[in-house]
Write a protein that binds this ligand. Structure first.
Ligand code: OAD
Length: 420
């Protein structure tokens, strides 16, 4: 786990350093120009000093004025550069270092305002009443591996999870389990991921009741956005609209050459064939025979732009945050929790208590807005749906899913063919 933290921090530090390095280079370029100008001015001054004419004196004053202007411009440029540097550090990828928090700029709530949020009722029934009474109509859902466990896909960090049991999946030995998703390691040895990819292939698993619950939220116009860390494409198969979903860690839904000068798309069918033969897929366009991989965000890679462009507004607008099946361990994803207003209730549905690291306060004495529904996602959302009067609709979606052929492989292939 420490290793993984390091991967992420490294990614952030490297990007930060790169940007800082660029700005430093710019700054030293400007300094060089400035030195050149200073030299020229000095020469001019010497020429003028040696001259006694009135005109030459006027020209000298002119040059002094220009010099002052230039210095002012230089100061301003420095200020702008420092501001740019600060703001680029605030941008995506740096959330861990400088996590911006809306609540830090918000005023402390009065006791009445706190009471107003949940009335100090932290029950599932209270959560249902927020949705029923239309107090919550812009719901943001944050999801992790736990929502797909009942489909048969293990999570990552539980005792029975992927990282502790790689041997069970016949993945060749790795320095650390997380290296299976590390971009540097993938280029060194693509086999561990190739083995795992066969097991994680879309079309092997079907969406869970929890996925259908999110689909119901969307159908009822209550879903502001789903932010998922999952790469299994089950959101797509459940019919949750793509524009309502942010695949924060990418997914298996599309595949590209890793050579940045090529980036050629490979058809999923072709990629699947190589994976089934346990041959690491290689690009058949670029001459270097570069490796091809699904658009999953590996450690050492950037998150999709959509994550940075949408998150601030989505979370700022949210009137209910539901967090499901995640350890909230991975940054910057876990930082979303802190972006909601301090009047927005935050509900964690998980089979273990997590979130202390990002300020979830359901266990604190002064908690007024965080709810912890302890149990499996499917159990909790089934009860929630019954409370909401959506029980039958949920069952219908589950039944409809059963009639779908090959767990939606055709659907994923079709979706890829529609991509620009
Ligand atoms: P984790 O494995 O870190 O956490 C899953 C959480 O879900 C744990 O707290 C489990 O206890 C809980 N859980 C498991 N089954 C559950 C169930 N049926 N009902 C309720 N809770 C359940 O998975 P993530 O938080 O999703 O990165 O991990 C985040 C990222 O780390 C992943 O996206 C992955 C990984 O390295 C990439 O693939 C790039």
């Amino acid at each position: 786990m420490a290793q993984e933290k390091e991967h992420i921090a490294l990614h952030i530090d490297d990007a930060g350093k790169e940007r800082t390095g660029e700005l430093r280079k710019e700054l030293s370029g400007v300094k060089e120009t400035l030195n050149g100008v200073q030299e020229t001015l000095k020469n001019c001054q010497e020429v003028l000093d040696s001259s006694v004419s009135q005109d030459a004196r006027r020209a000298s004053e002119d040059l002094d004025a220009q010099w002052k202007n230039f210095q002012d411009m230089f100061d301003q440029m420095n200020k702008n550069m420092i501001t740019n540097l600060a703001s680029s550090l605030q941008q995506e990828g740096f959330g861990r270092l400088m996590r911006p928090s809306l609540s830090s700029t918000e005023e402390e709530l009065t006791p009445e305002q706190k009471e107003e949020v949940l009335g100090y009722d932290f029950s599932l029934q209270k959560v249902a009443s927020l949705i029923k009474s239309k107090k919550a109509t812009k719901i943001v859902v944050m999801a992790g591996a736990g929502i797909s466990c009942s489909a048969g896909i293990p999570d990552f960090r539980s005792a029975g999870g992927l990282y502790a049991n790689l041997a069970k999946y016949n993945v060749p030995e790795l320095p650390t389990p997380e290296d299976v998703f590390c971009i540097e390691y993938f280029h060194e040895d693509p086999m561990p991921f190739t083995v795992l990819a066969k097991d994680m292939m879309p079309g092997t698993y079907a969406p869970t009741p929890t996925h259908h619950f999110i689909k119901l939220l969307s159908d009822k116009g209550l879903l502001q956005r789903l932010y998922t860390q999952n790469i299994d494409t089950l959101e797509l198969l459940a019919g949750i609209p793509e524009d309502k979903t942010v695949f924060a860690h990418g997914s298996f839904a599309d595949v590209h050459c890793t050579n940045t000068d090529c980036l050629e798309r490979m058809k999923l069918e072709e990629w699947r064939k190589s994976i089934e033969q346990q041959e690491p897929p290689r690009c058949n366009k670029c001459s270097e025979e570069a490796l091809v991989k699904p658009d999953i965000v590996f450690f050492g890679e950037d998150l999709p732009e959509r994550f940075s462009t949408l998150r601030r507004k989505d979370l700022g607008d949210a009137d209910l945050l539901i967090i499901m099946g995640t350890s909230l361990y991975v940054s910057p994803f876990n930082g979303l929790v802190e972006l909601v207003r301090n009047t927005t209730p935050r509900v964690l549905i998980n089979n273990e208590a997590v979130g202390d690291n990002v300020g979830l306060a359901y266990a604190e004495k002064d908690n007024y807005r965080d709810v912890f529904l302890h149990g499996t996602c499917d159990e909790q959302i089934t009860t929630l749906c019954e409370e909401l009067g959506w029980g039958e609709e949920l069952k219908e979606l589950i039944e409809r899913q059963k009639s779908k052929a090959n767990n939606g492989w055709d659907q994923v292939v079709w979706a890829q063919s529609q991509l620009p």
